[in-house]
Design a protein around this ligand. Structure first.
Ligand code: NAP
Length: 507
């Protein structure tokens, strides 16, 4: 990487599935004038950062890769974190993205320079500038640790699942795990066999369904290597099979009752004790929170060295954790499986658009964007995995690739027209979000009777795409220029005198 170079046509922020995918597609189009700024030491984003024992994707392997880079080598039907991490590293190498990467470079501030018509990025590695910023920081990248009284006085070891402390051996420890979301249910079954005791604090029970995870056979590996079309067919079948869930999730939440009965049967089979079963039974409609597949969670909870405390945490004391029942549970290790800052996007406070306005002030804890990509007042900035592009039922990589398509077409439009500023029109942004929110009204995420990280502090759903994902794909196939103001368009003579001509985006 040319560390001396500081000015780029495009700066991509983040090298997870989104940022890396964008970089690869730019390269494939022959576009070279871009940099990828990544705070971690490697590519991978969430799959680099989350290393907790048991970390595995709950979307099937065949669907959890870029469409242009199928992976016939997955070891299991659901991929393990180390192999997803390695897959992404391999993609960075194979598609020649490495020279564009600035690793260990954390973006601390992004400011729109009105005069220069550029983004000015303050980073841990000095200042960069770019005509266009593509923000791909990920929705699940900032661990959330609850502000609990007494936490700083805890005598033992504390960490979050997304910042696993591998130097702290859990063998023979008395461990408290706070939270029972996707991360907790994967890691508790791995901690339980080695710890002396595990106390699990469950504020809300999750719906857990049987897991279809299994190793892929030698025959399957040989088949997919020799006949990629076979893997594409399986991928398509998995994709459409999972899309069927949208009928219940987004259109008729009552249909979720069928799957809910399967989850109840799974619980009844794995937890014979009616008292414990009652504690583990959710009181909201399945699908309202992420549906969690696991065959190991309930068996782990029933082990004699595990206690399920069916409440949140009220206080931490030097020697342990106090549940809502006021009982002190003495532990030497405290693990927060308490999720991430999602709707209170931490990065938004560091972004200043037109007239110095902070994105955080515009969003006020309730993010919104046009097609998940663009926000008025923030010209030449686009998001990947932006507001309301999240899913609970299908592969985020599909959504990410749809967003990349949109952005590639946006870049081509900018290039073709010679525009120096592209900004979504406020009326388009508002109409889009009004419609989106009305679509969310009847969905299970809004009406299922739970509180989840899909909802912001005001109960507005700022996270989920509320329809079939192929509809999002269709909506983002082309950049819809009429929804945007394109200014400084060459030929109309609006480009300021003295400003350097933008380098072409398309190669
Ligand atoms: P999460 O789903 O947000 O779960 C956080 C858990 O912590 C919830 O059980 C929550 O309880 C609890 N919690 C939060 N604050 C608490 C407090 N003050 N006291 C007690 N409990 C508290 O987080 P996550 O498990 O890390 O998963 C986040 C998302 O990451 C998932 O939904 C998924 O999208 C993704 N993920 C995917 C995988 C996978 O593919 N297998 C694995 C891990 C993560 P409440 O429910 O009551 O709020």
């Amino acid at each position: 990487m040319t560390a001396e170079r500081r000015d780029f046509r495009v700066a991509i922020l983040g090298a997870g599935f989104g940022g890396l995918g964008m970089a690869i597609r730019l390269k494939q189009k022959g576009i070279e004038d871009f940099v990828v700024l990544e705070r971690d030491a490697e590519v991978g984003g969430t799959w680099w950062a989350n290393t907790y024992p048991g970390c595995q994707c709950d979307i099937p392997s065949h669907l959890y890769s870029y469409s242009f880079a199928l992976n016939p080598e997955w070891t299991r039907t659901y991929p393990l974190q180390p192999e997803i991490r390695d897959y992404l590293r391999e993609c960075a190498d194979r598609y020649g993205v490495r020279p564009h990467l600035q690793l260990g470079c954390a973006v601390q501030e992004a400011e729109w320079d009105e005069g220069e018509r550029k983004w000015r990025l303050q980073t841990s590695d000095g200042t960069y500038t770019a005509d266009i910023v593509i923000a791909a920081p990920g929705a699940l990248s900032e661990p959330r640790i609850p502000n609990l009284p007494g936490l700083e006085d805890f005598r033992g070891t504390v960490f979050h699942t997304a910042r696993w402390n591998h130097d702290h051996d859990l063998t023979g420890r008395r461990v408290a795990v706070v939270g029972t979301g996707a991360s907790a249910i994967q890691t508790v079954p791995r901690i339980q066999p080695i710890a002396e005791h595990v106390t699990v604090f469950q504020r809300t029970p999750p719906w857990v369904v049987p897991h279809r995870d299994r190793p892929l056979t030698r025959f399957e590996h040989a088949l997919y290597k020799r006949l990629p079309a076979a893997q594409r067919m399986v991928r398509a079948a998995v994709y459409f099979g999972r899309e069927l869930l949208v009928t219940g999730l987004a259109y008729r939440p009552k249909l979720m009752k069928g799957l809910q009965r399967a989850a109840e049967a799974h619980l009844a089979k794995q937890v014979p004790d009616p008292e414990l079963r009652a504690k583990l039974t959710p009181d909201y409609v399945l699908g309202c929170k992420r549906i969690l597949p696991s065959n190991a969670w309930y068996p782990a909870i029933t082990q004699p060295n595990v206690e399920l405390v069916p409440s949140g945490v009220t206080e931490i004391r030097p020697e342990g954790v106090v549940g809502a029942d006021g009982v002190l549970h003495e532990v030497d290790t405290l693990i927060f499986a308490t999720g991430f800052h999602v709707t209170d996007v931490p990065f938004a406070q560091f972004i200043r658009g037109r007239d110095g306005a902070r994105l955080d002030d515009l969003w006020q804890g309730s993010p919104a964007a046009y097609r998940g990509a663009s926000v008025p007042g923030f010209p030449n900035m686009f998001w990947i995995v932006g507001p309301n592009t999240g899913l609970g039922h299908n592969s985020m990589v599909f959504m990410i690739e749809a967003q990349i398509n949109y952005l590639l077409d946006a870049l081509e439009t900018i290039d073709r027209t010679g525009a120096s500023e592209v900004e979504v029109r406020r009326d388009a942004y508002e109409a889009y979000n009004t419609h989106l929110q009305s679509r969310l009204d009847g969905t299970v995420w809004n009406t299922g009777g739970c509180s989840s990280w899909y909802l912001d502090a005001n109960g507005r759903n700022a996270t989920i795409w509320p329809d079939f994902t192929f509809r999002f794909w269709r909506q983002t196939l082309q950049f819809d220029a009429p929804a945007y103001e394109l200014s400084g368009v060459s030929g109309r003579g609006t480009r300021p005198q003295g400003r350097r001509e933008a380098a072409p985006i398309s190669g």
